[in-house]
Each structure stands twice: as structure tokens, then as C-alpha cells.
Design a protein around this ligand. Structure first.
Ligand SMILES: Cc1ncc(C[n+]2csc(CCOP(=O)(O)OP(=O)(O)O)c2C)c(N)n1
Length: 288
């Protein structure tokens, strides 16, 4: 475990190694998601290794910053980063999705250290995160609650009910991050460039958050340095809730997975697994 905060290049390498562990866990479990975890993992690594004030050896420390992965189907990305940060052993990732594992397909706050809110039913994690932020205000606590949503998740009505409430209460102790990879579960009708349906077009998604009174920042979610700067800007926003719309690529990091909805949830064949490991720079000794 590192004792000083890692550099941007070191975080990028943590995310690369996390991608290796994620695919290993999914291949071992013979189930799980890959595309969404790969679009989110650079930001998760940046958050856990540079942003969040947390204590992995004391996961329930009351004053910790909170993080909610509202797009809970990307749980394996969060578990991997938590393990790399020291919440539990990397070996435990091999139990992912097993019936008696702490690492279920969707995060369960009652069994897994480091999980602040159970999630998986799209939209509910976001509402829970806003509740945590309102609770912090009521208790006079000054920690920040971070919550990550998918862009497809933003189709859920509860997201906009929550966005309305957060603005109504001028919640400025919450930072939402939308992982805008422009793909949901099933891709697009016809699967051609011209027929491709994206959940949001152009400024539509950012504009919607603006219309709900949120301060909107935009960034490339794979540019770790830029993301860290944007989080700093988000922390400085007061009087209104703030959302970072992060432009990402589903399946980022492996050529044949990138921008391909079929990798939303898919187990690699042996050949695909080998190619992916090679592209991710897996060494013979195995990655830790
Ligand atoms: C309420 C609800 N409806 C449907 C699902 C099934 N589901 C899981 S992931 C997903 C697509 C989510 O798309 P997005 O938020 O863009 O996720 P990402 O691309 O980041 O994986 C769907 C429909 C669910 N988990 N919850």
C-alpha cells in the first residue's frame, strides 16, 4: 500500500491494473459487467487514491467522505479499487458474485466494507446519496458525499425528483458524477452509425442538469489529471449542487470492447481474455 498520494501517472497505472483484475473476476465468475466498469474505473481510482478522505482500516469512520456507486451494476470496478486501496484482500475478488461472497453483483452496504449505500436498482443510489448529504447537514457534519450515475440511469424519474430536491435545499455538500459513455444495455436499433440511438444527444444531458438548477462541469472522464482538477472546482461550488458530466468510452482500455454495447455485460471467451490481457499489459507474474 502506498503511503503518499500517488501521482496522476501512478493512478493511471492503478486503473490499468484494476481493468486486469475486473476482467479476471468476471471471467472467473462467468458473469458480470465489463463495459460500464471500464468507463468508470479511471475516475474511481482517482477518487479513492486522491480525493476521498477515508480510512480503509476504519471503513465506518463517521467523518469519512461518502461515495455511492449509483450505477451499481459496475460493482466489480468499485470492489477492485477498494481492494487495491486496502479495504480487503485482492484475493477476495475471485469470490465475486458467488452466493456466499461479500462481493455481490450489486453493492450491499450491510456486508461489504467501504460500501456506503446499497445500489443496483437504477436511480435509487442517487436518492440515497442525497439523503446522506441532507443528513450530514442536519448533523452539522462537513464531509462531502460523492455519487456516480450512468447516463442511461438518468432516464429514471427518481433521478430528476432527486435533482429537484437537491436544488430546492441548495445542497452544496454533494458532488454527482455522470459517467456519460453514450451507451446503455442494448445499444442501438439497426446497429449502424446512422441509426444509432444515443440516450442523450449533444448538450442534452448537461443541459437537463442545468435546467434543474445544478452547477454543471464537464470533463474527459479518462483524463485523470483533468478529472482531479474538475473535482477541485466542484468542491469550491457553494449554494448549489454540482454535477460533473464526464465524457467516457464504454469498454475503455480494450480495443474490441470500446464503444461496443455488447460488452455491457459479457463473459470473454478464452481468446478474447488473452487478447485483452495482452492489451492491458498483464505480465506473466500476474498483476497486483
Ligand atoms: C430500475 C432498473 N431498471 C433496469 C435495470 C437493468 N439495467 C442494468 S444496467 C442498465 C443500463 C444502464 O445504462 P447506464 O446507466 O448508461 O450504465 P453504463 O453504460 O455506465 O453501464 C439497465 C437497464 C436496473 N438495474 N434497474
Amino acid at each position: 500500500m502506498m503511503t503518499t498520494a500517488p501521482t496522476v501517472a501512478e493512478i493511471a497505472d492503478i486503473a490499468r491494473r484494476a481493468r486486469i483484475q475486473i476482467l479476471k473476476a468476471v471471467a472467473h465468475a462467468k458473469g458480470g459487467h465489463v463495459g460500464g466498469p471500464y468507463s468508470a474505473v479511471d475516475m474511481l481510482a482517482a477518487l479513492y487514491f486522491r480525493v476521498l478522505d477515508v480510512r480503509p482500516d476504519e471503513p465506518d469512520w463517521p467523518d469519512r467522505d461518502r461515495f455511492v456507486l449509483s450505477k451499481g451494476h459496475s460493482s466489480i470496478a468499485l470492489y477492485t479499487v477498494l481492494a487495491m486501496r486496502g479495504y480487503f484482500d485482492i484475493e477476495e475478488l475471485a469470490t465475486f458474485d458467488a452466493i456466499d461472497s461479500r462481493l455481490q453483483g450489486h453493492p450491499d452496504m450491510t456486508i461489504t466494507p467501504g460500501i456506503d449505500m446499497s445500489s443496483g436498482s437504477l436511480g435509487l443510489g442517487f436518492a440515497g446519496a442525497l439523503g446522506i448529504a441532507l443528513g450530514a447537514r442536519a448533523l452539522g457534519k462537513d464531509f462531502t458525499t460523492y455519487v456516480m450515475l450512468g447516463d442511461g440511469e438518468c432516464n429514471e424519474g427518481i433521478v430528476w425528483e432527486g435533482a429537484h430536491v437537491a436544488n430546492r435545499y441548495h445542497l452544496d455538500n454533494v458532488v454527482a458524477i455522470v459517467d456519460q459513455n453514450n451507451l446503455q444495455q442494448f445499444g442501438w436499433r439497426g446497429d449502424t452509425a446512422t441509426e444509432r440511438l444515443t440516450p442523450y444527444v449533444g448538450d442534452e444531458l448537461a443541459g437537463r442538469w442545468r435546467a434543474f438548477g445544478w452547477h454543471v462541469l464537464e470533463v474527459d472522464g479518462h483524463d485523470i489529471g483533468a478529472f482531479l482538477n474538475t473535482v477541485e472546482k466542484a468542491q469550491a461550488v457553494s449554494e448549489s449542487p454540482v454535477v460533473i458530466v464526464a465524457h467516457t468510452i464504454k469498454g475503455k482500455g480494450v480495443s474490441f470492447m470500446e464503444d461496443n454495447y455488447r460488452w455491457h455485460s459479457r463473459v470473454p471467451t478464452e481468446e478474447e481474455f488473452a487478447t485483452a490481457m495482452q492489451e492491458l499489459g498483464e505480465t506473466k507474474a500476474g498483476e497486483r
